[in-house]
Design a protein around this ligand. Structure first.
Ligand SMILES: Nc1ncnc2c1ncn2[C@@H]1O[C@H](COP(=O)(O)OP(=O)(O)OP(=O)(O)O)[C@@H](O)[C@H]1O
Ligand SMILES: [Mg+2]
Length: 265
């Protein structure tokens, strides 16, 4: 079992992922590393320097917070790391791979996004006409796995996230917290080394918000995922052990309180 320190042992630990979890205890290369990243939107007089030299690193198994005022560059940073937009300069690594060095070092950015990055958004964005299982199974299917194998993987993760009993339901039949757990299952299903979460708890009450953060922490440890959570949410900020503050396109790191995200009474 990867980790039971929070007293919430997960019901399953799956084959290769379990051994990844064991590896997380050894000195490892960061899951994500960013050095001197800059992003300029536009040119000339109207240019906006959204990132001005960002340094950041997140270890496999770690969840860090990214906090900053509106317009400080949070979404630009997540989108750069997620290969949704192209930075202007700097370097980014995923694991040992240098994916960006003043230009993309990877030819197939769609495959990079699909296989190596999981996104969790503020709204779950589930596909309304697919049931819960197929919402999660779609990504492995797109990655070329068989429908049976994809659905098996989906059900396995839905069980980990404690929504297996809703596997045949349609998204509209789920509560907000259940939908967000399905969205987390979808972000995890291809076992990406990185999850980027943009305000994942914003629509949730404090108990559910803390549950989502606890689950992200468990997933990070069990699957050796490096997770960045953008948030303004005062309820969850005390749960981070490390926080990157971003302002005017520059980050600085501070220790967080690292409280257990146990939903309070
Ligand atoms: N496509 C774009 N073209 C030009 N400027 C942009 C573009 N996207 C963002 N910006 C600018 O870059 C800066 C950083 O924006 P970004 O969206 O990264 O901020 P943010 O921290 O995510 O803010 P919020 O909390 O409001 O979502 C802002 O000044 C914004 O106006
Ligand atoms: Mg934003």
């Amino acid at each position: 079992m990867a980790d039971t320190s929070a007293g919430h042992a997960l019901p399953v630990s799956v084959g290769p992922a379990a051994s990844q979890g064991a590896r997380a205890a050894m000195p490892v290369t960061p899951g994500i590393r960013i050095e001197g990243l800059t992003k300029r939107y536009g040119e000339g007089d109207t240019a906006v320097d959204a990132l001005r030299g960002v340094d950041l690193s997140v270890a496999p198994g770690e969840v860090v917070g990214l906090i900053g005022p509106s317009g400080s560059g949070k979404s630009t940073l997540l989108k750069s790391l997620g290969a949704v937009i192209e930075p202007t300069a700097g370097r980014m690594w995923l694991g040992n791979d240098l994916i960006y060095d003043n230009g993309w070092q990877i030819g197939d950015l769609r495959a990079l996004r699909r296989d190596r990055i999981g996104f969790v958004f503020q709204a779950p964005y589930l596909i309304p006409f697919l049931d819960v299982t197929d919402n999660v199974a779609l990504l492995p299917m797109l990655a070329g796995r068989s429908n049976d194998e994809s659905r098996r993987q989906a059900r396995e993760l839905l069980a980990v996230l404690d929504v297996a009993h809703r596997a045949s339901a349609m998204p509209s039949q789920l509560s907000g917290g259940e939908q967000q757990r399905v969205a987390i299952a979808r972000a995890l299903v291809n076992r990406p080394p990185v999850i980027l979460a943009d305000e994942p708890t914003a629509p949730l009450d404090s108990e559910r918000a803390l549950t989502v953060i606890r689950i992200l922490g468990q997933m990070a440890r069990q699957f050796s995922t490096a997770i960045i959570v953008v948030t303004h949410d005062e309820k969850i900020i005390p749960t981070f052990k490390r926080i990157y503050y971003i302002r005017d396109g520059r980050t600085h790191e501070e220790a967080g309180e690292g409280r257990d995200p146990v939903a309070g009474d």
